[in-house]
Design a protein around this ligand. Structure first.
Ligand code: 9MR
Ligand code: 9MR
Ligand code: ZN
Length: 551
């Protein structure tokens, strides 16, 4: 090879390897749930790349004293991360305090707590993240010494009606939450979000009520948790067509995404789009659920939104199926079939009203699904929400055979998830990776908790805590996936506010979507398919942390 060519060859080798340096995260030595453990929890750390059998210590992080010693498990080859993994189990150690794990080669884990309130701050920050997503009002918070804020209400001109053919070219579509790292508002994604948040309220009301979220007074007389959801339902009501037909706009966005600017400076025109049947069904389900849950706090509102729900449910029958077509739009699609959305809507209409017509629809649709319960579900697949409400309903008239089939399916699904979590060194129950999978990882806490209600077994709660451990640092990156919380959290989420506000640290409390394989997550702002934030994933996180709050 000529010297020149050889030089070029070496240079290109170097250049080729440069992107690798940025992308191959350094493999940590010892990883652990960096938020910590309740005294009686199962407690494990994962030691990476060791033989097994060596001694490890739990050391008091304040005074350096060894408080517990144990032996590492045998090494287990983990194919998806291509590493030997050993478990350091210190469940027998139950004393509150701040600690770290030290291996016999001197390598250390991050610090973590054992205590009675370990999840409280994480829960509060994750739920307040919804408030910080509010559109149509200025928001602010102080976190870790930084002040995060918008200086004025954003998107006050929501929204134009050009695509609806209404007489006026504008009507009120302000409020709600931004969807994600972008500022759009999408009805279908609100569906799974609001549904999962309401489930958290129904299952963990007592614990949630004991936490002060310090929200502005936008829903007088409502408990804090529900106050935040009402900000969204107030907005969603505006997504129903003004013509009284009950059809619901699929989304309200610009025609194309904005750049990385603050929301209050985003003045591109935003439009209500045409309706879809999935959005209309989700709307009916959300409003029916809200009418029932909000009833004790505001009777008038509860009645009004139940009428809105009825109207949209009727629209499904009158107008039939309609997929959303993007047309002029290149913002989020959230295009999805409506079968699962209608299952959920029918059940919620029945639970809210007790009327036979809805029960008939609900049972016919619940029973004819090819998969009674989904393990792996998100915005495109919300039938689980209907199945859960049906099973927990105290109303009479349920079909016992269907009920038993659904229960059996729920328990079978949760047993599989618990097995997955307990046999995965990192505690993850989902065995797939894709855009937004961290949201599903969290949301599976709901599948597990439902089984725990139906057939109580400690393994479900252990699996839920193990999932929380995975999300908060017990993973191959040794990093928390939630901004501002836990060990070495994401610094560069795909979030327009975080990218545009001039503060290094991102807005706090948000879970990022995660890798598309076990090892390819990167903390880079441009990587929206791995490092964005979104309300549907966040609702999963809030459910998971609510379940963890319950000890
Ligand atoms: O920022 C957008 C993000 O919120 C979406 O999830 C993603 C996929 O729809 O698209 C992002 O926007 C990108 C656009 O699609 C292409 N140009 C670059 C944009 C990111 O800055
Ligand atoms: O979460 C959505 C994911 O399941 C899809 O594969 C992806 C592409 O359509 O879109 C994701 O949702 C994005 C939405 O389209 C726009 N706002 C940001 C959402 C999160 O990335
Ligand atoms: Zn806004």
């Amino acid at each position: 090879m000529h010297a020149e060519k050889k030089f070029a060859f070496i240079i290109s080798l170097i250049l080729l390897s440069i992107p690798m340096i940025g992308h191959c995260a350094e493999v940590p030595d010892i990883v652990v749930n960096s938020i910590g453990f309740y005294p009686n929890d199962q407690k494990q750390a994962v030691v990476i790349g060791r033989h097994g059998g060596e001694e490890f210590k739990v050391v008091n992080a304040t005074n350096g004293k060894t408080v517990f010693t144990g032996k590492l498990s045998d090494a287990q080859w983990c194919e998806d991360v291509k590493q030997d993994l050993c478990i350091a189990d210190f469940s027998a150690f139950k004393k509150s305090g701040r600690y770290k794990i030290v291996a016999n080669n001197g390598k250390e884990s991050c610090e973590f707590n054992i205590g009675k309130t370990v999840y409280k701050d994480a829960y509060t920050t994750a739920m307040r993240a919804f408030y910080l997503w509010r559109c149509g009002m200025a928001v602010e918070t102080t976190y870790n010494g930084h002040r995060y804020q918008t200086t004025a209400a954003c998107h006050t001109k929501d929204g134009y009606t050009k695509y609806l053919g209404e007489e006026q070219d504008w009507r009120d579509g302000t409020g709600g939450w931004h969807d994600a790292g972008d500022y759009g508002k999408y009805t279908v994604n609100a569906g799974v979000t609001v549904g999962v948040l309401f489930m958290a309220w129904q299952h963990f009301q007592k614990q949630l009520n004991s936490v002060d979220l310090n929200l502005p007074e936008t829903a007088k007389g409502f408990p804090e948790f529900l106050k935040e959801i009402k900000w969204e339902t107030d907005f969603l009501l505006k997504m129903q067509y003004a013509d009284g037909s009950g059809r619901v706009s699929h989304k309200l966005t610009r025609t194309e995404f904005s750049g990385f600017i603050m929301p209050e400076t985003d003045d591109g025109k935003r439009y209500f789009t045409e309706w879809s049947s999935a959005a209309t069904a989700d709307f009916a389900a959300m409003m029916a659920m809200a009418s029932r849950i909000f009833e004790p706090y505001d009777k008038e509102y509860s009645e009004r939104i139940l009428s809105a729900a009825r109207l949209s449910y009727d629209a499904l029958k009158k107008y039939g199926r309609k997929n959303f077509m993007q047309g002029d739009f290149s913002t989020g699609g959230y295009q999805t079939g409506d079968d699962d959305d209608i299952v959920w809507a029918a059940v919620e209409m029945w639970e809210a009203t007790g009327e036979q017509q809805y029960l008939t629809d609900a049972e016919q649709r619940l029973g004819s699904q090819w998969n009674l319960i989904d393990s792996n579900w998100d915005w495109g697949d919300v039938s689980n929400l209907g199945a859960y409400t049906y099973i927990l309903s105290n109303r009479e008239g349920k079909n016992a055979e269907l009920e038993n089939k659904l229960k059996a399916a729920m328990i079978k699904d949760a047993n599989q998830l618990a097995d997955n979590s307990l046999s995965d060194p990192f505690g993850r129950a989902l065995n797939q990776y894709y855009w937004g999978c961290n949201g599903t990882v969290c949301r599976q806490a709901l599948n597990l908790h439902m089984a725990d209600i139906l057939a109580p077994n400690a393994k479900y709660q252990t699996a839920i805590k193990r999932i929380a451990g995975y999300v908060l640092g017990n993973n191959i990156y040794g990093r928390s996936f939630v901004t501002g919380i836990g060990v070495n959290p994401p610094m560069h989420p795909h979030d327009r506010r975080s990218g545009a506000d001039g503060i290094d640290d991102p807005w706090p409390g948000y879970i990022v979507g995660g890798g598309h394989s076990a090892t390819d997550w990167v903390d880079e702002q441009d990587d929206y398919s791995r490092n964005e934030i979104a309300i549907n994933w966040q609702a999963g996180l809030v459910y998971l942390l609510s379940a963890a709050l319950a000890e």
